[in-house]
Design a binder for this molecule. Structure first.
Ligand SMILES: [Zn+2]
Length: 298
């Protein structure tokens, strides 16, 4: 299987056009699909599948956000701001198949919104206003920061180790809003006395990743309404390691937006948490063994 990056200096150079919010979101979703298809082909090849036709990726300095000539410096012109987690397994540009100068990226463990992040966002909104068309919060499954926040919720004793470290505590504390929302929605669905603690923890981590991305998106949207009401819209999604997709619900249907608009109120946020729980539970119905589910429903 060959992946060929092809540059033809004689081919006409056309700068990519991302005129509005819809085009920006579409480009991110399509980019994530390209990433997923490439990885799927490699996985199939690993299992003995046919090498198939080479994948040819046409590139040029202009479309890759690089200088055309030595010494030139491109003007910064990203089309989206992305607030993502620091997790090394989720590099923002790779997940969305984007290049230099495409994304203005803020990465912090748990994709929480701190004052430094907000400062960077304000800079982007002030100086890159012409090119920015969307703001995205990107959470991910199996997130260490989310897991730490869930564990401090489930086992407060473990919190002492984190509570004595102010920087770590500030991260985990910010995720508690999402943990509480996810836990409330989950308990409404399955009852508070879930006997299988391992399953409960695993579900809560999965659900909180979505709710946490929604919380950061909600905060960002509120920030924009205060300081830049004419700024780009905020959307959010979660990168799932299993599907390789960025999605706004654990159960992806053709109707589910891959990147979903930020909640506009606490009620919308709570409603979203319930939707995530229902989607997650419908998935688990398919995937878990019958006895496991029977145990959980007892
Ligand atoms: Zn993470």
């Amino acid at each position: 299987m060959d992946v060929i990056y092809r540059y033809d200096p004689f081919a006409p150079i056309t700068a990519r056009q991302i005129p509005d919010f819809k085009a920006a979101v579409n480009e991110l979703v399509q980019g994530n699909e390209r990433f997923k298809q490439l990885v799927h082909r490699m996985q199939e090849r690993t299992l003995g599948g046919d090498a198939g036709e080479p994948i040819v990726v046409p590139i040029s300095p202009m479309t890759s956000g690089l200088p055309l000539f030595a010494g030139a410096v491109p003007a910064q012109a990203p089309f989206a701001v992305v607030l993502g987690c620091s997790d090394a397994r989720v590099p923002t540009e790779a997940v969305f198949d984007q290049s230099f100068n495409d994304l203005f990226v803020l990465r912090i463990a748990g994709n929480v919104l701190g004052s430094e992040c907000l400062g960077s966002l304000h800079y982007a909104l002030r100086h890159l206003k012409d090119s920015l068309k969307a703001i995205v919060v990107l959470g991910h499954s199996k997130c260490g920061a989310v897991t730490a926040a869930v564990d401090t919720h489930l086992s407060p004793d473990a919190y002492v180790n984190i509570a004595c470290t102010f920087p770590l505590r500030s991260l985990v504390d910010q995720i508690q809003i999402a943990v509480r929302g996810a836990s409330h929605a989950l308990e409404k669905h399955v009852g508070i006395a879930l006997p299988n603690k391992t399953l409960y923890r695993s579900l809560l981590v999965g659900i909180t990743a979505y709710v946490n991305a929604a919380v950061s998106a909600f905060e960002l949207q509120r920030e924009l309404s205060l300081y830049a009401s004419d700024g780009p819209q905020v959307v959010f999604g979660v990168y799932e390691f299993e599907s390789l997709r960025v999605q706004s619900s654990p159960a992806l249907t053709p109707e589910t937006p891959r990147l979903r608009p930020a909640p506009r109120s606490a009620e919308e946020l709570a409603k979203y948490a319930t939707e995530v729980v229902e989607a997650m539970m419908s998935l688990e119905d398919d995937q878990l063994e019958a006895t496991y589910m029977l145990t959980m429903r007892a």
